[in-house]
Design a protein around this ligand. Structure first.
Ligand SMILES: Cc1cc2nc3c(=O)[nH]c(=O)nc-3n(C[C@H](O)[C@H](O)[C@H](O)COP(=O)(O)OP(=O)(O)OC[C@H]3O[C@@H](n4cnc5c(N)ncnc54)[C@H](O)[C@@H]3O)c2cc1C
Ligand code: HEM
Length: 405
């Protein structure tokens, strides 16, 4: 354990380091990838370019440093990150590499202000933080492998079916190539898919939420094609999956992970709110609820641009017809003429608090949401304004976690 002097140094230098957070993490990643180019096979290059991963790492290190004498206080955060690490295949031997390059980046950016004493204290604190992660991840690796139908690392799945769900979203039905049992999962969890794309120097790993209920002989993922235009680089993996990958091809998946999961013990009403492709974990939750909880009130709300990009609409409408406890609402911000003529949506524009309250007449419910970051910020604000307890608000980022404030 760290002594009091070390803890005092850490706590007193966190504010200084926070000020230089971006510079330090930027320099850290430059050093890391120069010294260890093999790590470019696990890190997401697009998240790096957009700075999202740098911010996530800096925030996590400082949150851990502030709580260095009571790391259990941030255990939920550690677990969330550890799920991602386990899903990607981050190993104990990677930690000293990250530590060494982080320390060197701190030294470089702070210059003379980083005394030997400060650097020594940070080296010790990093060791404690790393050990906490390694311990939590070791348990997760064991659990992923030991569970019925579980496995270690990446497992080959062949694509049994590829189904177009909307103009931009396609589902892939994935069956283990070894013909052995398939691990269960919690609705809301994701898998990592490791792709070898011809012509690419590195492998690319992406997370995809499982979009059907557990207990089927397949996993299903549903992917939005991030096609590029003049202002946007095309997405590497999603475009390859849409354009090149066909039924019969093989995808490599790690075992399901993630802490954004439906609480199935809760019997109160549940509200599932999604924007765009953020509907995937919600469909898994919805299908599970319809199969297992006929007495639980479910409100499913989906926001999309219009009917052309609205995936799985018929599926949800049929489910709502067959299950009186399920209601479904569609909110389009750019409805097409056809949407208007056929009156296929319930609200034009965006989801706002007043409208939400008209559809969900109780605060005694649990709320789950997922979608683009501005959408999630708006949902979070609306639910907080309404007075929904923090414990009843759950969300997932389709990228490195950030702040919704
Ligand atoms: C837990 C979790 C669950 C997820 N579930 C799903 C899901 O169910 N379905 C789904 O479709 N997605 C899901 N995602 C998102 C998915 O993992 C990928 O991020 C997504 O498919 C895009 O990957 P890509 O390789 O196509 O795009 P990338 O190549 O990673 O690019 C992503 C974005 O970054 C931009 N970009 C790329 N390069 C640059 C650059 N040089 N400068 C600036 N911008 C750049 C691109 O324009 C693109 O918009 C999930 C993510 C997480 C973390
Ligand atoms: C104590 C040390 C570490 C901390 C505090 C840390 C923190 C984080 C955080 C906050 C995230 C974002 C999680 C999210 O998606 O929301 C993350 C993701 C990630 N971490 Fe770590 N991490 C540490 C060590 C490592 C190590 C040793 C490796 C392996 C080289 C690693 C590799 C990754 C990768 C590949 C991602 C996903 C990046 C992406 O999708 O862009 N991390 N980590």
């Amino acid at each position: 354990m760290l002594n009091k002097n070390t803890i005092d140094i850490i706590k007193s230098t966190v504010p200084v380091l926070e000020v230089h957070g971006t510079a330090i993490t930027k320099r850290f990643y430059e050093r890391l990838f120069t010294n260890h180019p093999e790590l470019l096979n696990i890190f997401n290059h697009a998240n790096q370019k957009q700075g999202r991963q740098q911010t996530a790492l800096a925030n996590a290190v400082y949150a851990a440093a502030v709580n260095i004498d009571k790391l259990e206080a941030i255990l939920p955060v550690v677990k969330q990150i550890a799920h991602k690490h386990r899903s990607l295949g981050v190993l104990p031997e990677h930690y000293p590499i990250v530590g060494e390059n982080l320390l060197a980046a701190i030294k470089e950016v702070l210059g003379d202000a980083a005394t030997e004493e400060i650097l020594q204290a940070w080296a010790e604190a990093y060791g404690v933080i790393a050990d906490a992660f390694i311990g939590v991840e070791a348990e997760m690796y064991e659990q992923a492998e030991r569970q019925a139908g579980g496995w270690a690392g990446y497992r080959a799945f062949h694509i049994a079916k590829k189904i177009k769900e909307s103009d931009v979203i396609t589902s892939f039905y994935l069956v283990p190539q070894d013909g052995q049992a398939l691990a269960g999962f919690e609705p809301g969890q994701y898998v990592s898919v490791k792709m070898d794309i011809p012509g690419e120097r590195n492998t690319h790993i992406r997370q995809y939420s499982l979009s059907d209920a557990p207990g089927k002989p397949y996993y299903r993922i549903s992917v939005k094609e991030e096609s590029g235009d003049l202002n946007r680089t095309a997405g590497k993996v999603s475009v390859y999956l849409h354009e090149q990958v066909k039924p019969g091809d093989v995808l490599w998946l790690s075992a399901p992970a993630g802490d954004f999961t439906l609480n199935q013990k809760d019997t109160r009403p549940v509200v599932l709110i999604s924007g765009g492709v953020g509907l995937t974990p919600m469909i898994s939750m919805l299908n599970t609820l319809a199969e297992t909880a006929p007495d639980r009130q479910v409100t499913f709300i989906h926001a999309a641009q219009n009917g052309n990009v609205h995936a799985m609409k018929e599926h949800v409408e049929e489910l709502a017809r067959k299950n009186p406890q399920v209601s479904a609402y569609w909110v389009y911000n750019q409805p097409t003429e056809q949407d208007r003529t056929n009156q296929t949506f319930h609200k034009e524009g965006y989801i706002d608090l007043e409208w939400l309250q008209s559809k969900v007449p109780t605060t005694e419910a649990s709320f789950y949401f997922c979608g683009p970051v501005p959408f999630m910020k708006a949902m979070n604000r609306a639910l907080q304004t309404w007075g929904i307890a923090a414990a009843d608000i759950h969300y997932e980022f389709f990228g490195p976690a950030g702040s919704l404030e």
